[in-house]
Design a protein around this ligand. Sequence first.
Ligand SMILES: [Zn+2]
Ligand SMILES: [Zn+2]
Length: 78
Amino acid sequence: MTVPAGRCGDTHLGCPCKGDAGIHAARAAERTAAREQAGQLVECPECGAAGAPLAIVTWGHCRACRTAQSREMYPLRW
Ligand SMILES: [Zn+2]
Ligand SMILES: [Zn+2]
C-alpha cells in the first residue's frame, strides 16, 4: 500500500495520518484487525452500547454516536 505525501485515501474514514506512512500503517493494521472481528461487538467508549469494531476503530465510537456527532458538526448537511 502506498500513501501519496500529504494525501490519504482513508481520511474520510477518520485516518489522522495526513500522509505519514507510519501513522497510516498503524491505522490500517487497526482497521484490518477490526474487520477480522466484524462478527463481534465491542463496547462504544462514548455511549457504552455494543457496536461494530470497525466503526469504533474508524470513528472512535459507534454508528449512533457518529450520526449524532456529524449532526452537531455539520448541521447544514442534514
Ligand atoms: Zn491515512
Ligand atoms: Zn456510541
